[in-house]
Design a protein around this ligand. Sequence first.
Ligand SMILES: Nc1nc2c(ncn2[C@@H]2O[C@H](COP(=O)(O)OP(=O)(O)OP(=O)(O)O)[C@@H](O)[C@H]2O)c(=O)[nH]1
Ligand SMILES: [Mg+2]
Length: 404
Amino acid sequence: MSLDDAEGVISPEEMQTIKQSLENESLNSAAEKIQKYFDQLDKTVLNMAVTGVSGKGKSTFINTIRGLGDEEEASAPTGETETTMDATPYSHPKFPNIKLWDLPGIGTEKFRPDQYLEQVGFQRYDFFIIISSERFTCNDANLAREIHKMGKHFYFARSKVDESLRAKAVRKNDYNETSTLKLIREDCITGLQKLGVESPRVFLISSFDPEKYDFTLLQEEMEKDLPQEKRHVFLLALPNITESVYQKKKKALQSDIWRVALLSGAAAAVPITGLGFAVDVKVLKREISKYYRAFGLDKASLRSLADRVKVPVEELRKVTKSGIKEDLTDEIVIKMLTKVAGGGLMASKGVASMLPLFGSLASGGIAFCTSYCVLKSCLEELAEDANLVLLRAFPNEAPKGKCV
Ligand SMILES: Nc1nc2c(ncn2[C@@H]2O[C@H](COP(=O)(O)OP(=O)(O)OP(=O)(O)O)[C@@H](O)[C@H]2O)c(=O)[nH]1
Ligand SMILES: [Mg+2]
């Protein structure tokens, strides 16, 4: 959808939700409740623990989830020698409420199996990822049991699958990727069963190729197991490795559009010259910036992608339909609002039918509808742009091929 075409933008279900939220409420008190909802969302913290024996790929996995390479300034150090000695939190660079904890390997002299969870402060974590690049050990199995007893989720991730496949391919003439993956999985599962873990599930991953194997599946499982309020935060922070991640992000952001639109037209909104209604541009700008970050189109993400693929950042910007700028300014947002307000959109059926909800506050309704259209078209365009940028960055791979 473009800014020029917003017919039927509000679905009947959404209309119902908005009606309910405005029923028996003034615009201001509805906005107050919405503000509380966003404040709560901002405060939602997610702590993911990544554990396993030294050298199995914990820190590399963390960097991949954070959308970083190994060599970046904010990356968790990785390497062949033992590098993780204490529980170390790494905030997600774009969504700092998400923390990935790089835990030291269990079973070293400093971290004894029977005291491990206590020592690493198990209460703070929402879930655990137990990583191994071979069979899982007795320590891994014991750890899983203890985590389960505490009522928390854990996931077994078999890392470095790319390496294992490569090694097999060199050694075997009749090499077949699917059957090799099956063998690796079965080997891990029987190993864990022998160690007394009931119906274990193992995710085969490569942090170097997160778009392949079970990386996406693992993310989906983690998302499913999270309580609703944490799911939203988690989703936005996921690396953009598949089309389905984009779609989920888009859906999550879409569900908040009416709230942001209502908030931007309420309380402290400032009239904008030439528009004839009041909008809080900051509220819109904050939300659109969130879209940029979620889709990897913010300044830092684009720079880092450009560096990685050795393409000038301007080349990446050039392929976008929205013509994303280095910085999102108030002026850019006002331009979008003006375009929508002047484009005759208010006459469109879906949007116009919202106006009576605002009663005597007709300008509140117009502000709402205009902001709604701006956010919706921005979201659509940026989701599409993210794909275009990936195509430019990795011309020889499918758009879902790499993460931003
Ligand atoms: N091929 C391949 N190598 C990987 C993968 N993940 C990690 N490695 C390599 O394995 C080595 C160890 O990875 P780290 O992430 O430092 O392992 P760690 O578990 O954090 O190790 P400690 O900090 O010592 O506990 C590094 O050389 C990584 O580049 C992967 O998915 N594929
Ligand atoms: Mg490490």
